[in-house]
Design a protein around this ligand. Sequence first.
Ligand code: ATP
Length: 887
Amino acid sequence: MTDPCPTADSHARPAAAILAALDSSASGLTAADAAARLARHGPNSLPDEAPRPAILRFLGQFNNALIWFMLAGATAAALLSHYIDAGVIMAVVIVNAVVGFLQEGKAENALNAIRGMIAPHASVLRDGHRVSVGVADLVPGDVVLIEAGDRVPADLRLISARNLLIDEAILTGESVASSKATDPVAADAALGDRRPMAWSGTLVASGQGSGVVTATGPQTQIGQISTMLGEVQTLTTPLLRQINAFARRFTLFAFAGAALIFVFAVTLRGFSWEDALMAVVALAVGLVPEGLPAVITITLAIGVQRMASRRAVIRRLPAVETLGATSIICSDKTGTLTRNEMTVRRVVTADGVTMVQGAGYDPTGHGFAPDGITRDLLRAAIQCNDAELRPDGWKVEGDPMEGALIAAAIKAGLDPAAERGAGRLDAIPFDAEHRFMATLHALPEGPVLLVKGAPERLLTMSGDQAGASGPQLLDAAFWTDRIDEAAREGERVLAYAFKAMPQGTTGIGFDDVQGGLTFLGITGFIDPPRPEAVAAIAECHRAGIEVRMITGDHAETAAAIARQLGLARDPQVLTGQDLDRIPDAGFVKAVARTQVFARTSPEHKLRIVRALQSQGRVVAMTGDGVNDAPSLKQADVGIAMGIKGTEAAKEAAQIVLMDDNFASIVAAVHEGRTVHDNIRKVIGWTLPTNGGEALTVIMAILLNFALPMTPVQILWINLILASTLGLVLAFEPSEPGVMARKPRKAGAGLLTPFMLWRVCFVSVMFMAISLAVFFWALGQGREIEVARTMVVNTLVVMEIFYLFNIRYLHMTSFTLTGLKGTGPVLAAIAVVVAGQFAFTYLPVMNGIFGSRPLGLMDGVIIVTIGVLTLVVLEVEKHLLRGVFDDD
Ligand code: ATP
C-alpha cells in the first residue's frame, strides 16, 4: 500500500526527495500530466460558502420596520372588516418584497460575476517553460515561482529561496514576516517554524523563490482550517448606510406625523377612529420611501457592471461613489500611460552608437552585426534577465523590457538559449527600491557578476568602462550626455556593467555590487504612449480632473512622454531626490504644482497622496508593486494593475484594471459620475412624488374638507409606481455632458440645496395642482368619486412627466433623445398607463378602488396638466440651476 500522504513531512526531507515523491522534477510537470492530475485532485480552490437559499433572501425582505408597520396596518384593516384596504396593503407589501428580492439578486450576481474576473494567476513551469496559469489549475507536483507581492498559491516545498520573507500572519498570527530557506527542519517543527515550506494564502513580502506544490485546495493548511481567503464584497457602502439611516429617520418622522394627524383627525375633525386609522396608514405607506435602499443598491450594482464592461473591476463598492468625485488621478507611466511594448532602439558603448531597427518583439528581418563591446553588452543583457521570448508569436513571458533585450540580442545574431546555458549561480532580483538586478554566472573565464539597472545607479557603482582595447577610466560626463540624449527622445534607458569575481565565488550580496564594476554601456528602449491615453488625458482636462505621472523612470524620459501624451506642454518635473530635499513647509505647494514625478520610490507616492489630500483633493492613485500597498490604501481610490500588478497591490486596491490602461480609469470615472447622478435622480424623483401625495391628504384633514384620495387610492398609486417608475432611473445612461463639468465637491451630500428646493417645490406644486383639479371637478358638479379618480390620474400623469424632467439634471429635457426616452422608461410608462386605464375603466377596479370612468375631455385636461408641469419644471430647472451652483 502506498503512503496516503507522501508529502506530510515535506519540511523534514530535502526538496529533491519531495520532487521524487510527487513524481515531478525541477523543470516542472508536462501540460498533459498537469491536466491528468487536475482531473484526479480537483481544482486548487476552497469550496464557496453556500449561497443563502432564495426563500431566506425573500423572507429577508420583510425584515424592515416599515413592512412590519404595513403588516400591522393590514391586520388592523382586516379586523375592521376593511378587506379591500387590507388586500391592497398586502399587495403593496408583496410587490415591494418581490422587487427588492429580484433587485438584490441582480446586484449580487453583478458582484459575483466581477469577482471571477480578478481570479489570481501563478507562474509555473510546465513543459520546462515558465507560464502563467489560473491558481485554481495548480496541481501537486507543479513547480511554482514566487516573488515579492505574490500570494502563495498552494502549499509549497521550497526548492530555492533568495532573500525570501513571507508574511504568515493569516495562518500563524505572527506579524513579523518569516525568513525562508530550503534546508529541512525537524519533523515536529511548528507550522511557523517550517522554513522550507510556503503556505497557501500567505503573502510574499520580499525576495524570490520556487517550490513544488505539495497540497492544493482543501488539503492545504489554510483549507484545513477552512478560512476563506480574500474579503467578501458586501452589498453596502457609506452612501447606502446614509440612505438607510435617512430612510429609518424618515420612517420614524412619518409615524410620528401620522400619529399626530390621527389624533387631530379624531379629536378635532370628527373622523371615526377606523377611518382616521385607515387614512394615516395609507398616508404613512405613501410617504415613506420604502423602495429607496433597494433602488440605490441596484443603481450601484449597475455602475459596477458598467465599469467592469469598461475593464475596471470594483473590489470595494464604495469606490463606485468616490470615483465620481475624483479630482486628481496619479498614474504610473509604464504600461498604464504607455503600452509597455518595449523595443530596443539604440545601444551605446564607449565605441559608438548602434541604432536597432524594427518594432515589437519579432526580431526577424532586422539583423545587424554588432561590434565587440556591443556584443558583450547584449550577452550580459540576456544573461542578467529572467524573461522568455517565445518564437511562436514572439510573446514575452516576464518583464517586457527584458523580452525586448532578448529580441535585440537575436537581431545581433546571438543565441539566447546557448548564452544562458552558462549556469547562473546566484541573483539579486530587481526591486523598484534599488533599481538594478544582478546575477552571478559560471563562465569559462571564471565567475562573473553582471548588473543591469538605472544608469545613474550603475555609474556610481562603476570605476571604469569597457573600451575597444580593454578597460578605460569611466567618463561619467560622456555617459550622462548620452543618457540625456536618449531620454529626451522619450526612450527608457538601462545600463549594464560587469565584474570578474574571485574563483570559487558562488553567491553575491549587496556589498559585491557597490563598487569596482566595469561599465559596458546603455540601451534605449521605445515604449510608445497609448493613443487612448492621449484621448483620456484630454477628456480629464475637460472634466476638470488633473493628471499626474508618478514613475520610477528617468526625469527626462518621463517629461518627454508627458509631452507626447499632452499631459502638459512644459511639464514641471520633480525627482525623488528633489522631494527628499524639499522642507516639509513647502512640500504640499511643490507637489501641487508638479505634473511629473520621476525616479520616485513607493514611499514618495505615499507622501504625494497625503500632500494632495491635505488640499482637499479626491485622489485616485495607481500602483502595481508590493510596496505600493500603503499608497493605494491611503488614496481615496486605489487602483491596481490587473496584468502587471502584484497580488499585494490588487488586495490593497479598491479597483483592479483588467487592461492596465489609463483610459479605463477615466471610463470608470465617467461611470462613477453617472451612478452619482442616477442616485440623485432616484431620490429627486421619489421624495417629491411621495411628498405630493401625502401633502394633498394632510391638507384635506387639516383644512377639514373631503379627502381628495381615499386611503385605498393612495395605496394604489404606491402599488403601481413601486415596481415601475421608481425603478427605471437606476438604469439611466450618462447625460451627454457628464465629463464636461467639474468634479463634484468632496463631501457634498446627496441632497444638495437645489435638490432640497426641488423636493419642497415639486411636493407643494403637486399638492396644489391635485387640490385644484379636485375642487374644479367638484365645482363642475361632478360626483366626488369622479373628482377623486381625476386626482389620482393627474398625480400619476404628473409623476410620469416629472420623470422626464429629472432624467436630465444638468440640461434641458426638451431634446429629441430626451423626449424619446429609453427602453426601460417607455416600458415602465406603458405599464403605468395600462394600470391607470384599468383603474379608471374596469368595473371590478371601480368596485375595489371607488374609481369611476372619465370622459375624453377629462383625459385631455389631465395630460395637458402633465405637459404644463413639465414645461414649468424645465423653466424652473433652467432658471435655478445657476442660482444654486450645486456641483
Ligand atoms: P512606472 O513606475 O511608471 O511603472 P518604471 O517601470 O520605470 O515606471 P520601475 O519598474 O520602478 O518603474 O523601474 C524603475 C527603474 O528601474 C527603471 O527606470 C529602470 O531604470 C530600472 N529597471 C526596471 N526594470 C528593471 C529590470 N528588470 N532590471 C533592471 N533594472 C530595471
